[in-house]
Design a protein around this ligand. Structure first.
Ligand code: 5AD
Ligand code: SF4
Length: 421
């Protein structure tokens, strides 16, 4: 999300005649597009601001702006202003499109601007984006979230769900494919609840997968309560819809899922997984897990381990529960000690490494169609429709092409292979 938002900022600034600098030392403007989903992201911003402070001391005309989710929180924005008075602009998630204007005001003598107003009349922010290549391109289909999982800050800083008009999305995708883009990733906090009137996410996938050209479509993120069988069946049927689903489980304990306000239980989640596996036996399934949610016991955690084992994810994104001020979970009793969280996440990472290694070995001897998405010194990498990475030898000319690659060996869970066409 943030990577793509930054691509939009580049496009916006270019329209105002401001070009991208090669590095921070050469820049006249430095913008931090922040994330606040976990404490680690916020800490990184503070650390990086320390470096920028030194740059600004050397070059007082440097304009520093901080925008995004972190500074959409009023208390955080005010604290940041006090702590780092050298920042010229502090704004949130709603006013990104106004940034060039704000920069202009500062360049013309204003000292400081803080604008945290919410502005839902701009339902979908900025439509232009400056992408560095056309291998994998992100396309926003919706913004915001209505789910209010009790640990999550997103609904408070990104606002309620707003879907983009379907014609705008179809046109953007058609244009990208026309420019040679081979992989489109549709973005939304909860893509399954996309709608434009009666036109829903399944309709959108159906229409996009009928466009001419050689490409495939991926999307994230799906909420297990909203991923419909219709969507699963359509992905299985249509070749241009990649067989890859990121389906965050968060916890394997029904008690914790209820406390998290996830609105599904493990049985319902496994039903979805079974359907995906039945319709797409080689699908890539990945997930997010939070360890150490308030009151999580060893028993709850073992249920998570069991669920992870049962699904057999291709990849897992594991997070230590991070207290976010303003969310219900932050004030729940039974916060789990840091040590316990660390011990649990280490166990989960080790378990997933074992699973990934076993799954990787099952790929040996199989041939996959991959999209070659990076090149360096004879070794290319490509991604399969199921989002597995394969490293293979080949010519640079294969970059941004679909190639059939046979997996020949596995080293440290990584797949290596050779191009067969
Ligand atoms: N603490 C830890 N992880 C979190 N996530 C969201 N909020 C928190 C939090 N407070 C994780 C969830 C989500 C992913 C994007 O970030 O697993 O799916
Ligand atoms: Fe956060 Fe839950 Fe919305 Fe995802 S679905 S953004 S975890 S509130």
């Amino acid at each position: 999300m943030n990577v793509h938002e930054t691509e939009k900022l580049y496009a916006l600034f270019e329209l105002s005649g401001i070009a991208q600098a090669e590095n921070a030392e050469n820049a006249d403007i430095i913008i931090f597009n922040t994330c606040c989903v976990r404490e680690g992201a916020e800490t990184r911003v503070i650390g990086n601001l320390g470096i920028v402070k030194k740059l600004k001391e050397k070059k007082p005309s440097l304009i520093v702006a901080v925008c995004g989710c972190m500074t959409q929180q009023k208390a955080v924005a005010e604290k940041l202003h006090k702590r780092c008075p050298f920042i010229n602009i502090i704004t949130g998630t709603y006013k990104l499109s106004k940034l060039p204007h704000m920069v202009n005001l500062i360049a013309n003598g204003e000292k400081f601007i803080m604008d945290l107003e919410t502005d839902l009349t701009v339902p979908c922010g900025i439509n232009e984006a400056k992408r560095s290549d056309n291998v994998n391109n992100f396309v926003n289909i919706m913004y915001g979230c209505n789910n209010f999982c009790t640990y999550c800050i997103v609904p408070y800083v990104k606002g309620r769900e707003r879907s983009r008009r379907k014609n705008d999305i179809v046109e953007e995708v058609r244009t990208l494919i026309g420019k040679g883009c081979k992989e489109i990733t549709l973005l939304g906090q909860n893509v399954n609840s996309y709608n434009d009137g009666n036109y829903n996410f399944r309709d959108l996938l159906d229409e996009l997968s009928d466009l001419d050209g050689e490409f495939w479509i991926k999307f994230m993120t799906s909420h297990p309560k909203d991923l419909s069988n219709d969507v699963i069946d359509l992905i299985a049927k249509k070749e241009k819809l990649a067989d890859y689903i990121h389906l965050p489980l968060q916890s394997g304990s029904d008690r914790i899922l209820a406390l998290m306000n996830r609105k599904y239980d493990i049985a319902a989640y496994m039903e979805k997984i079974d359907r995906i596996k039945e319709k797409m036996p080689d699908a890539g399934i990945t997930s997010d897990i939070i360890v150490g949610f308030p009151t999580e016991t060893e028993k709850d955690f073992i249920l998570t381990e069991e669920a992870v084992q049962k699904v057999g994810y291709n990849n897992l994104f594991t997070f230590i529960y991070s207290k976010r001020t303003g969310t219900p979970a932050a004030v729940m009793e039974g916060q789990v000690p840091e040590e316990t969280k660390k011990e649990r996440i280490a166990r989960l990472i080790a378990l997933q490494a074992e699973i990934a290694n076993k799954k990787a070995k099952e790929c040996i001897g199989k041939t996959y169609r991959v999209l070659c998405d990076s090149k360096s010194d004879k070794l290319l990498t490509g991604k399969t429709a199921s989002d597995r990475v394969i490293i293979f030898e080949g010519k640079e000319a294969l970059y941004n092409k679909f190639v059939d690659v046979k997996v020949t060996q596995v080293k440290n869970s990584k797949l290596y292979g050779e191009a067969v066409n």
